[in-house]
Write a protein of this length. Structure first.
Length: 147
């Protein structure tokens, strides 16, 4: 297996794999393939974002990480926002490698920090322990109200 950087031609297949992983993890069928594909095509195409995926030559991707860079509206810092990250059990051990590759990209793009968000339904103490081990600090909470 190897880690590759996605091009626009890779996006449809990666979105399909991400949709399946999301549905399996959440039991929900509300992953918006059209919205994800549109966003991913834009930020891969204009290099404001990146997608890295792990795959071998014989099958579909076994995991990916994606994100984009933006300006923090409060501090003005250039921030890399990690948006989607998953790894199938067949690629165990590649999750951290994907994060390291995303961190390298963020540094190359002169980002001053990386922000990782996690949906509450996916959160457990092992995530917190991993992020802390990798040098991340917990900073704030997200609250959501649906209408």
């Amino acid at each position: 297996m190897q880690i590759k950087q996605a091009k626009q031609c890779d996006v449809p297949g990666l979105v399909a794999v991400a949709s399946t992983a999301y549905e399996r993890a959440t039991g929900k069928k509300d992953f918006r393939v059209d919205v994800s594909a549109g966003n991913w095509m834009v930020f891969v195409g204009n290099e404001t974002g990146a997608i890295f995926y792990v795959a071998d030559n014989s099958g579909p991707p076994q995991g990916l990480i994606c994100g984009y860079k933006t300006q923090n509206i409060d501090t003005g810092k250039t921030v890399a926002i990690m948006w989607h990250w998953f790894v199938e059990s067949a690629a165990k051990g590649y999750g951290v490698r994907l994060l390291w590759r995303f961190q390298k990209w963020a540094k190359e793009k002169r980002c001053q920090q990386i922000q990782i968000s996690c949906l509450g339904e996916f959160w457990d103490k092992s995530h917190e322990a991993l992020y802390k081990k990798l040098g991340y600090k917990c900073h704030g909470l997200n609250f959501v109200k649906e209408f």
